[in-house]
Ligand binder design. Structure first.
Ligand code: ADP
Ligand code: MG
Length: 228
Protein backbone atom coordinates (compact mmCIF):
# COMPACT_ATOMS: atom_id res chain seq x y z
CA UNK A 1 0.00 0.00 0.00
CA UNK A 2 1.36 3.43 -0.88
CA UNK A 3 2.34 5.64 2.07
CA UNK A 4 -0.60 7.54 3.44
CA UNK A 5 -3.17 5.62 1.42
CA UNK A 6 -5.17 4.54 4.42
CA UNK A 7 -4.45 7.42 6.79
CA UNK A 8 -4.55 11.16 6.52
CA UNK A 9 -4.13 12.81 3.15
CA UNK A 10 -2.67 15.94 4.72
CA UNK A 11 -0.86 16.61 7.95
CA UNK A 12 0.51 19.96 9.06
CA UNK A 13 2.39 20.69 12.26
CA UNK A 14 3.56 24.03 13.57
CA UNK A 15 3.02 25.92 10.32
CA UNK A 16 4.20 29.49 10.70
CA UNK A 17 4.10 32.31 8.20
CA UNK A 18 5.25 35.84 8.88
CA UNK A 19 4.90 38.83 6.55
CA UNK A 20 7.35 41.49 7.70
CA UNK A 21 6.53 41.90 11.36
CA UNK A 22 3.02 40.43 11.04
CA UNK A 23 2.65 36.88 12.27
CA UNK A 24 -0.20 35.48 10.20
CA UNK A 25 0.15 31.76 10.93
CA UNK A 26 1.53 31.07 14.38
CA UNK A 27 1.80 27.31 14.68
CA UNK A 28 -1.06 25.72 12.75
CA UNK A 29 -1.66 22.01 13.36
CA UNK A 30 -4.20 20.15 11.26
CA UNK A 31 -4.95 16.84 9.62
CA UNK A 32 -7.28 16.01 6.77
CA UNK A 33 -8.36 12.40 6.39
CA UNK A 34 -8.71 10.63 3.06
CA UNK A 35 -12.01 11.63 1.50
CA UNK A 36 -12.79 14.04 4.32
CA UNK A 37 -14.24 17.49 3.63
CA UNK A 38 -12.95 20.04 6.12
CA UNK A 39 -14.26 23.60 6.20
CA UNK A 40 -11.96 26.40 7.32
CA UNK A 41 -13.71 29.39 8.83
CA UNK A 42 -12.17 32.55 10.20
CA UNK A 43 -12.49 36.31 10.11
CA UNK A 44 -11.36 38.22 7.07
CA UNK A 45 -7.59 38.60 7.28
CA UNK A 46 -7.19 35.68 9.71
CA UNK A 47 -4.87 33.84 7.30
CA UNK A 48 -7.20 31.33 5.61
CA UNK A 49 -5.88 32.02 2.10
CA UNK A 50 -2.32 32.09 3.38
CA UNK A 51 -2.76 28.62 4.91
CA UNK A 52 -4.38 27.28 1.75
CA UNK A 53 -1.50 28.58 -0.36
CA UNK A 54 1.00 26.95 1.98
CA UNK A 55 -0.78 23.58 1.75
CA UNK A 56 -0.97 23.98 -2.04
CA UNK A 57 2.81 24.37 -2.19
CA UNK A 58 2.52 27.94 -3.44
CA UNK A 59 4.38 29.53 -0.53
CA UNK A 60 8.09 28.83 -0.09
CA UNK A 61 8.52 30.95 3.00
CA UNK A 62 6.30 29.18 5.50
CA UNK A 63 8.03 27.11 8.16
CA UNK A 64 6.87 24.01 9.96
CA UNK A 65 6.01 20.59 8.60
CA UNK A 66 3.28 19.91 6.09
CA UNK A 67 2.75 16.98 3.79
CA UNK A 68 0.04 15.91 1.39
CA UNK A 69 0.09 12.33 0.13
CA UNK A 70 -0.95 12.44 -3.50
CA UNK A 71 -2.04 15.17 -5.85
CA UNK A 72 -3.72 18.49 -5.13
CA UNK A 73 -5.83 20.86 -7.16
CA UNK A 74 -6.87 24.38 -6.25
CA UNK A 75 -10.02 26.37 -7.03
CA UNK A 76 -9.96 30.05 -6.14
CA UNK A 77 -12.81 32.50 -5.73
CA UNK A 78 -12.06 33.89 -9.15
CA UNK A 79 -11.94 31.26 -11.89
CA UNK A 80 -8.49 32.19 -13.26
CA UNK A 81 -9.17 30.81 -16.74
CA UNK A 82 -6.76 31.83 -19.47
CA UNK A 83 -8.81 34.00 -21.84
CA UNK A 84 -6.80 33.08 -24.92
CA UNK A 85 -7.44 29.36 -24.54
CA UNK A 86 -10.68 27.57 -25.25
CA UNK A 87 -12.53 25.97 -22.35
CA UNK A 88 -11.26 22.44 -23.07
CA UNK A 89 -7.66 23.70 -23.32
CA UNK A 90 -8.08 25.47 -19.99
CA UNK A 91 -9.30 22.25 -18.40
CA UNK A 92 -6.41 20.27 -19.90
CA UNK A 93 -3.75 22.81 -18.97
CA UNK A 94 -0.68 21.18 -17.47
CA UNK A 95 -2.20 17.68 -17.46
CA UNK A 96 -0.74 14.82 -19.51
CA UNK A 97 -1.94 11.41 -20.57
CA UNK A 98 -3.07 9.54 -23.66
CA UNK A 99 -6.65 9.61 -22.46
CA UNK A 100 -6.57 13.33 -21.66
CA UNK A 101 -9.18 14.25 -24.26
CA UNK A 102 -11.66 11.77 -22.85
CA UNK A 103 -10.90 12.93 -19.31
CA UNK A 104 -11.50 16.57 -20.26
CA UNK A 105 -14.81 15.65 -21.86
CA UNK A 106 -15.83 13.66 -18.82
CA UNK A 107 -14.90 16.47 -16.44
CA UNK A 108 -16.90 18.99 -18.49
CA UNK A 109 -19.81 16.56 -18.56
CA UNK A 110 -19.68 16.22 -14.80
CA UNK A 111 -20.06 19.96 -14.33
CA UNK A 112 -22.83 20.16 -16.93
CA UNK A 113 -20.82 21.89 -19.64
CA UNK A 114 -20.44 19.15 -22.25
CA UNK A 115 -21.30 21.55 -25.04
CA UNK A 116 -18.90 24.32 -23.99
CA UNK A 117 -15.52 22.71 -24.72
CA UNK A 118 -14.89 24.85 -27.77
CA UNK A 119 -16.19 28.06 -26.21
CA UNK A 120 -13.92 30.89 -25.10
CA UNK A 121 -13.92 31.90 -21.43
CA UNK A 122 -15.34 35.33 -22.35
CA UNK A 123 -18.45 33.58 -23.68
CA UNK A 124 -19.27 32.06 -20.28
CA UNK A 125 -21.25 33.40 -17.34
CA UNK A 126 -19.61 33.69 -13.94
CA UNK A 127 -21.25 30.50 -12.73
CA UNK A 128 -20.21 28.60 -15.86
CA UNK A 129 -16.63 29.85 -15.52
CA UNK A 130 -16.46 28.57 -11.97
CA UNK A 131 -17.79 25.20 -13.13
CA UNK A 132 -14.93 25.10 -15.66
CA UNK A 133 -12.54 25.82 -12.79
CA UNK A 134 -13.98 22.77 -11.00
CA UNK A 135 -13.61 20.67 -14.17
CA UNK A 136 -9.98 21.78 -14.39
CA UNK A 137 -9.48 20.58 -10.82
CA UNK A 138 -11.33 17.27 -11.36
CA UNK A 139 -9.35 16.33 -14.45
CA UNK A 140 -6.28 16.18 -12.21
CA UNK A 141 -7.94 13.43 -10.14
CA UNK A 142 -6.85 15.15 -6.95
CA UNK A 143 -6.47 13.42 -3.61
CA UNK A 144 -6.95 16.85 -2.03
CA UNK A 145 -9.02 19.73 -3.39
CA UNK A 146 -8.06 23.12 -1.97
CA UNK A 147 -11.00 25.50 -2.34
CA UNK A 148 -10.60 29.18 -1.45
CA UNK A 149 -14.12 30.63 -1.15
CA UNK A 150 -14.99 28.93 -4.45
CA UNK A 151 -18.63 30.06 -4.40
CA UNK A 152 -17.97 33.47 -2.86
CA UNK A 153 -18.27 35.49 -6.04
CA UNK A 154 -21.51 33.86 -7.21
CA UNK A 155 -25.07 35.10 -6.85
CA UNK A 156 -27.31 33.23 -4.39
CA UNK A 157 -28.91 30.85 -6.88
CA UNK A 158 -25.62 29.90 -8.51
CA UNK A 159 -24.09 29.41 -5.09
CA UNK A 160 -26.86 26.92 -4.21
CA UNK A 161 -26.36 25.15 -7.51
CA UNK A 162 -22.61 24.92 -6.98
CA UNK A 163 -23.04 23.62 -3.45
CA UNK A 164 -25.35 20.91 -4.77
CA UNK A 165 -22.91 20.11 -7.57
CA UNK A 166 -20.11 19.83 -5.02
CA UNK A 167 -22.19 17.31 -3.06
CA UNK A 168 -22.75 15.22 -6.20
CA UNK A 169 -19.08 15.35 -7.23
CA UNK A 170 -18.10 14.27 -3.79
CA UNK A 171 -20.39 11.25 -4.00
CA UNK A 172 -18.66 10.17 -7.22
CA UNK A 173 -15.03 10.89 -6.41
CA UNK A 174 -12.91 10.12 -3.40
CA UNK A 175 -11.19 13.46 -3.01
CA UNK A 176 -10.65 15.11 0.33
CA UNK A 177 -11.17 18.87 0.45
CA UNK A 178 -10.22 21.90 2.46
CA UNK A 179 -13.01 24.39 1.88
CA UNK A 180 -12.28 27.96 2.91
CA UNK A 181 -15.53 29.83 3.44
CA UNK A 182 -16.88 32.56 5.65
CA UNK A 183 -20.38 31.11 5.35
CA UNK A 184 -21.16 29.01 8.43
CA UNK A 185 -24.24 27.46 6.78
CA UNK A 186 -22.13 26.36 3.84
CA UNK A 187 -19.58 24.83 6.18
CA UNK A 188 -22.26 22.84 8.01
CA UNK A 189 -23.89 21.81 4.74
CA UNK A 190 -20.81 20.56 2.95
CA UNK A 191 -18.17 19.64 5.51
CA UNK A 192 -17.54 16.69 7.81
CA UNK A 193 -15.45 18.86 10.10
CA UNK A 194 -15.17 22.56 10.74
CA UNK A 195 -11.98 24.36 11.75
CA UNK A 196 -11.80 27.95 12.93
CA UNK A 197 -8.61 29.92 12.37
CA UNK A 198 -8.03 32.66 14.92
CA UNK A 199 -4.88 34.51 16.00
CA UNK A 200 -2.78 32.35 13.71
CA UNK A 201 -3.91 29.02 15.14
CA UNK A 202 -6.69 26.48 14.80
CA UNK A 203 -8.93 27.63 17.64
CA UNK A 204 -11.76 25.15 17.03
CA UNK A 205 -11.84 21.73 15.42
CA UNK A 206 -15.27 20.10 15.51
CA UNK A 207 -16.99 17.30 13.69
CA UNK A 208 -20.25 18.35 12.09
CA UNK A 209 -22.92 16.45 14.01
CA UNK A 210 -25.17 14.03 12.19
CA UNK A 211 -27.84 14.24 11.01
CA UNK A 212 -26.87 17.34 9.16
CA UNK A 213 -28.64 19.18 6.39
CA UNK A 214 -28.30 17.54 3.01
CA UNK A 215 -26.94 19.48 0.06
CA UNK A 216 -30.03 21.10 -1.36
CA UNK A 217 -31.44 19.74 -4.58
CA UNK A 218 -31.22 23.09 -6.28
CA UNK A 219 -32.38 23.56 -9.85
CA UNK A 220 -29.69 21.84 -11.88
CA UNK A 221 -27.58 22.86 -14.81
CA UNK A 222 -28.80 20.12 -17.14
CA UNK A 223 -26.45 17.41 -18.25
CA UNK A 224 -24.80 16.72 -14.93
CA UNK A 225 -28.12 15.99 -13.26
CA UNK A 226 -28.74 13.15 -15.66
CA UNK A 227 -25.17 11.94 -15.35
CA UNK A 228 -24.92 11.83 -11.59
P1 ADP B 1 -8.00 35.59 4.79
O1 ADP B 1 -7.93 34.72 3.58
O2 ADP B 1 -8.36 34.84 6.04
O3 ADP B 1 -8.92 36.76 4.59
P2 ADP B 1 -5.22 36.18 4.18
O4 ADP B 1 -4.53 34.88 4.32
O5 ADP B 1 -5.50 36.64 2.79
O6 ADP B 1 -6.55 36.19 5.07
O7 ADP B 1 -4.35 37.30 4.86
C1 ADP B 1 -3.95 37.21 6.22
C2 ADP B 1 -3.06 38.37 6.55
O8 ADP B 1 -1.83 38.25 5.86
C3 ADP B 1 -3.62 39.73 6.20
O9 ADP B 1 -3.28 40.62 7.23
C4 ADP B 1 -2.92 40.07 4.92
O10 ADP B 1 -2.81 41.45 4.78
C5 ADP B 1 -1.58 39.42 5.12
N1 ADP B 1 -0.96 39.04 3.85
C6 ADP B 1 -1.40 38.07 3.02
N2 ADP B 1 -0.60 37.96 1.95
C7 ADP B 1 0.38 38.88 2.11
C8 ADP B 1 1.52 39.28 1.34
N3 ADP B 1 1.82 38.66 0.18
N4 ADP B 1 2.28 40.27 1.82
C9 ADP B 1 2.00 40.88 2.99
N5 ADP B 1 0.95 40.56 3.76
C10 ADP B 1 0.14 39.58 3.34
MG1 MG C 1 -8.88 34.77 1.76
Amino acid sequence: MAPGLAGDVTTATGVRRVFGTTVVLDGVDLTIGRGEVVALLGASGSGKSTLLRVLAGLDDEATGTYTTHGSTAVVFQEHRLLPWKRVSANVALGVRGGDLRARVEEALHEVGLTEKGRAWPAELSGGQSQRVAFARALVRRPDLLLLDEPFGALDALNRLRMQALFGRLRARHDFAALLVTHDVDEALLLADRVLVLDSGRIAEDRKVPLPRPRAVDAPGFGAERRAL
